[in-house]
Write a protein that binds this ligand. Structure first.
Ligand code: PEP
Ligand code: MN
Length: 341
């Protein structure tokens, strides 16, 4: 932490800041310049309650040196993490492909979709049983019945199941059926829920909140890691901007940027990130070219009749065509796509 004192700071202000830094368990190193004094506070600034330094008398600016997250950072773990859950591998040269409907609707729909995405090379089945919907009047998901149908689809295909948990009280039941727990964008800052999934042994797919900064997203991951669960994947699913031609704006640079800052794998969601079926394959290709460790894509047997997010879902043929294109991009990046060995 670097504390820059104002030009007008008195010796008393400087002495009081030195004492303050010491009281936080950090070592002050005073650099007396010709115009200003700078105090370097050496120690773990993340645990020291440093925001109080900013309001000290005579303080102009305070600059942190370390990333605010610790367990998620590459400073702590330089090598990239690889997440494995049944048929799914994300990282270490494997681009994980999670595909399936926005919502689980019935047995025929989820089993047919699981078989189709598996045949096209997906490595996991996605599908929401508990749905966080913007309107309370929209379909809220089949809940436990949906979890059972996902388990049926897994038994039929061998695909690992990725499904969302929306509430702390549902964590146990969802973890019983799911291979990967999805934390939705709307819940990225539900800290009690993050702590609860941090106590499970299931890998977590943590979606970015549409208005969250990267630091807030990584601090949300930190909650799960700090809870004792090391298996966290970050999912960029688009953010809210002034632009209205897409449902959200998908920042492709999140993949390489986040990979610089953290060892956790990054999964891109071109479905929610664009909100238009026609744009999904291009953004899936671009995500893989940008170095993403995985993609999550909405696929439905009949998108026109989907109970949620049909307008951004691919049908089986569109998914197969997308996978053929993505395979070529993955090969160019020296990566394997989905279930490819
Ligand atoms: C979903 O994956 O269907 C979903 C609800 O996503 P998000 O939380 O990113 O909106
Ligand atoms: Mn959806």
């Amino acid at each position: 932490m670097i504390v820059v004192m104002k030009r007008s700071a008195s010796q008393q202000d400087i002495d009081s800041m030195i004492q303050h830094v010491e009281s936080l368990g950090m070592k002050p190193v005073v650099l007396t310049g010709t115009e200003r004094t700078v105090i370097a506070a050496i120690g773990d600034e993340r645990v020291a309650g440093v925001s109080s330094l900013e309001s000290g008398p005579g303080v102009d600016e305070v600059h942190p040196i370390l990333a605010p997250y610790k367990l998620a950072s590459r400073e702590l773990q330089p090598e990239s993490s690889v997440i494995r859950a049944g048929s799914l591998t994300v990282g270490n040269g494997h681009v994980g492909v999670m595909a399936g409907p926005c919502s689980v609707e019935n047995e025929e729909q989820i089993v047919a979709t699981a078989k189709a995405v598996k045949a096209a090379g997906a490595s996991a089945l996605r599908g929401g049983a508990f749905k966080p919907r913007t309107s309370p009047y929209s379909f809220q998901g089949l809940k436990e019945e949906g979890l059972k149908l996902l388990a049926t689809a897994r038994a039929e295909t061998g695909l690992a199941v990725v499904t969302e948990v929306v509430a702390t009280e549902d964590v146990d039941i969802v973890a019983e059926y799911a291979d990967v727990l999805q934390i939705g964008a709307r819940n990225m800052q539900n800290y009690r829920l993050l702590e609860a999934v941090g106590k499970t042994s299931r890998p977590v797919l943590l979606k970015r909140g549409p208005s969250a900064t990267v630091d807030e997203w990584l601090l949300a991951a930190e909650y799960i890691l700090d809870g004792g669960n090391p298996d966290v994947m970050l999912c960029e699913r688009g953010i809210r901007t002034f632009e209205a031609h897409t449902r959200f704006t998908l920042p492709l640079a999140s993949a390489p940027y986040v990979q610089q800052r953290t060892h956790l794998p990054v999964v891109m969601d071109p479905s929610h990130g664009t909100g238009h079926t026609a744009l999904v394959p291009a953004m899936a290709r671009a995500s893989i070219a940008a170095g993403a460790d995985g993609i999550i894509v909405e696929v439905h047997p009949s998108p026109d009749h989907a109970m949620s997010d049909g307008y951004q879902s691919l049908n089986f043929q569109q998914f197969e065509d997308m996978m053929t294109e993505c395979r070529r991009i993955a090969a160019a990046m020296d990566r394997k796509l989905g279930s490819d060995a």
